[in-house]
Design a protein around this ligand. Structure first.
Ligand SMILES: [Zn+2]
Length: 583
């Protein structure tokens, strides 16, 4: 058995998936997707082990309808169930008829009242890290990329979208049938779709934004600069490889800031601040088009390849668009979140390595800012060692060498050895890759704006701080001691109205320190805010602050009970883990 991905039943000695034809009907009343998955492999004959989770299998056949032998293994809490299908000699395809289970971990079914419009239901998928198997039975490892075509049947009044090229949409009475195709091979975690009451606005020749009709104008305003981002990204990495770069703004329960689904980035509505101050998330998801989607991690153990390179690219794009001063603030906030993530893993320091070992570990539990920010710092260190121009040439070389492939950390290191001889030794790469925590001497962000904020330490900022960007506020607030004096909390709130901050990044940075300091208005605001959003970046620090704060633990438990139906399964599990850990 040649299992190389600890999060998949895939056996690389067996036939490997090449193409998926997916026909699916969305049933909102039954909260299920009834589907047929036709899988084609690189060869026929013998057993093929697929991943599945909670799928209700109806039938497995050859393409001509001849029944095939299949066997479903015992459920594993992390991996789900192994679906073993035996292909006769010369048969390199199978057709699986099934429906998704009521608890499909990739799907969130929203009632109309959980949407902005309040009239139509909504469904969206989130397949990273290992949730594709709860929607489609396949070899759910990024190692085996797959092309697909799809036919989605849904209520005629709604609109479907897939992270693929739209082919057509035909009305058939009360139903609409939409067809899509993805001709570039993707890792299965990039399989994605959404169904809801959706409208769109054009942003540029290659981009449009989709959102619920009551949200779409605000979204179009917020993301108007996306074409400039595309141009900057292409200067860094070469031509955009996916055709279109469309955006989809989801309802507030979406658990992430963004998900880089190819051709259709999924985004949280918490980015819609009106002042375009959080569009760095779009730069991040756009960068994934190259680093992550075109060159993908071979498994979750190499997740830093996706995220470290992408944070690096995000900040390069931002530097072009907004200047180095702002990037220094971003990097400083990044370093603060990294130090916090390292501290949170003090009982599991092995998860602070860039290259991790995740056998028996759920990738959602291992998720943290470490692969993002430590990965970024490692690449910055390499860049400083070899010089900017040489590193930029290396980045282009990296994209060419691994185009549409999924690679391990070792494969990256081999390329660095060949292209930048001596660089790994110069930066003590093993200390970064396989060592715990952040190596001493990591690059430190510097700028005059940053120094001004850092110079304040725990003093009350001057009135001019009203004009600070969200990033200055985060640097300042994250620096404050926990707990901070009650008088400082009261003075900050009086002078800057932080409990009413419209920007969620500022609000959450404020609430986390204010809760820990027992500031009553902040506790009330957190209680309401936890019911308004489902983004884990906000849920986790707020729940952690309530759990650790003076007398607020029971409120954390009450909020988790009250709001859990509003959260995505992945986010609810994250909140539960915090409550368990804090017990
Ligand atoms: Zn990312």
């Amino acid at each position: 058995m040649a299992r190389l991905d600890p999060h998949s039943h895939t056996d690389l000695s067996q036939p490997r998936q090449r193409h998926l034809s997916w026909k699916a009907e969305v049933d909102f009343a039954g909260r299920t997707v009834r589907a047929t998955a036709s899988l084609r492999f690189d060869r026929g004959g013998g057993p093929v082990d697929l991943d599945s989770r909670g799928l209700q299998l109806e039938q497995v056949t050859e393409p001509d309808g001849t029944p095939l032998r299949f066997e479903l293994g015992e459920p594993d809490p992390i991996l789900g169930q192994r679906l073993r299908i035996t292909l006769p000699p010369g048969v390199n395809a199978c057709v699986i008829r099934y429906r998704t289970g009521p608890e499909a971990s990739a799907l969130q079914w929203l009632e109309p009242e959980q949407t902005a419009g309040g009239k139509a239901p909504f469904l969206y998928s989130q397949c990273q890290a290992i949730h594709a198997r709860s929607v489609v039975p396949l070899q759910d490892t990024p190692r085996l990329r797959i092309t697909y075509d799809a036919e989605l049947t849904l209520p005629a009044g709604l609109r479907g979208l897939m992270a693929a090229a739209a082919v057509d949409r035909v009305l058939q009475g009360e139903r609409a049938v939409e067809r899509y195709r993805m001709d570039e091979p993707i890792p299965p975690y990039l399989f994605a779709f959404a169904v809801g009451d959706l409208a769109s606005r054009e942003l540029g020749p290659r981009s449009r934004v989709w959102a619920e009709p009551s949200v779409v104008e605000r979204a179009a305003h917020e993301f108007a600069g996306v074409d400039g981002m595309l141009t900057s990204a292409e200067a860094l990495f070469g031509p955009y490889p996916w055709g279109r770069f469309d955006l989809l703004v989801l309802p507030p329960s979406f658990p992430y800031g963004g998900m880089e689904n190819p051709r259709l980035t999924f985004l949280t509505p918490t980015l819609l601040t009106g002042d375009r101050s959080l569009v760095n998330v779009v730069a991040h998801e756009l960068s994934h088009s190259w680093t992550g989607n075109m060159v993908s991690n071979a498994s979750a153990e190499d997740f830093w390849l996706n995220e470290g390179f992408t944070v690096f690219a995000e900040r390069r794009i931002l530097e072009v668009l907004e200047g180095p001063d702002l990037v220094a603030l971003h990097a400083a906030v990044g370093r603060q979140t990294l130090d916090e993530a390292v501290a949170n893993f003090r009982d599991r320091p092995e998860l602070t390595r860039l290259r991790t070992k995740l056998e028996g570990v759920d990738p959602d539990d291992a998720f943290s800012q470490v692969p993002y920010e430590k990965g970024y710092l490692f690449l910055r260190t390499l860049e400083e060692a070899v010089g900017g121009p040489a590193f930029d040439r290396f980045l282009k070389r990296y994209m060419d060498a691994f185009r549409f492939r999924s690679i391990t950390t070792e494969e990256l290191l081999e390329l660095v050895r060949a292209e930048l001889p001596g660089a790994l030794e110069a930066v003590d790469a093993p200390r970064w890759i396989d060592g715990e925590g952040v190596p001493p001497g990591a690059p430190v962000a510097r700028s005059s704006r940053l120094e001004q904020v850092e110079g304040l330490k725990a003093q009350l900022p001057p009135p001019e701080a009203r004009d600070w960007s969200p990033w200055e506020w985060q640097v300042y607030l994250n620096h404050l001691p926990r707990p901070s004096p009650a008088e400082l909390m009261t003075a900050l709130d009086e002078r800057f109205h932080l409990t009413e901050a419209p920007n969620p990044e500022v609000l959450v940075a404020w609430l986390t320190v204010a809760i820990r300091s027992g500031h009553a208005p902040a506790i009330q605001r957190a209680e309401a805010f936890l019911g308004e959003v489902g983004r884990m970046k906000y849920l986790k620090p707020l729940y952690a602050a309530l759990i650790a704060g003076p007398g607020t633990r029971s409120l954390a438990e009450a909020c988790a009970r009250r709001y859990r139906k509003r959260y995505h399964v992945i986010a609810a599990a994250g909140v539960d883990a915090l409550l368990r850990k804090g017990a």
